[in-house]
Write a new protein. Structure first.
Length: 140
């Protein structure tokens, strides 16, 4: 989620400190993550501006040696198909129309009812609400 300018600043700083013109002053820099999931957050930024601020879109990216993980060690056996489906979407192998799997559709379509149907709000106590929340994102 780091803006490319931060990487460029570290690159220049390490080159100045080491008096070495190699990327990052010749030091080994290890980065980890999935660029499909962790784009930089640009306040009031368009999609184009957000993608352009990613390290992957800068010339410095070409100087990195990339290693790729090939096996999802975190997914349960029952989740492997869903993980493969997500990768196909991320790699644009799913075509122009994406059909969500059935497990993506909850049986109860109302999120308020789904989370809070067992609570009587006329006599609710804070302990009953612990561990329940509806979180939304607003990139403004």
């Amino acid at each position: 989620m780091t803006h490319v300018h931060a990487f460029l600043a570290v690159d220049r700083l390490l080159q100045d400190l080491t008096k070495c013109k190699e990327p990052f002053g010749g030091k080994v820099i290890l980065l980890g993550g999935d660029f499909r999931q962790v784009l930089p957050v640009i306040l009031r930024g368009s999609r184009t501006l957000t993608v352009a601020s990613s390290l992957k879109k800068h010339a410095l990216w070409l100087k990195f040696h990339k290693l790729y993980l090939t096996k999802n060690m975190r997914a349960l056996e029952s989740e492997r198909d869903f993980g493969a489906w997500l990768l196909n979407i991320g790699e644009k192998k799913s075509g122009s129309t994406i059909q969500l799997p059935l497990q993506c559709y909850p049986s109860i379509q109302d999120p308020i009812h789904q989370l809070y149907s067992d609570i009587d709000f006329s006599s609710v106590i804070p302990k009953e609400l612990k561990g329940r929340a509806i979180l939304t994102v607003n990139n403004e």
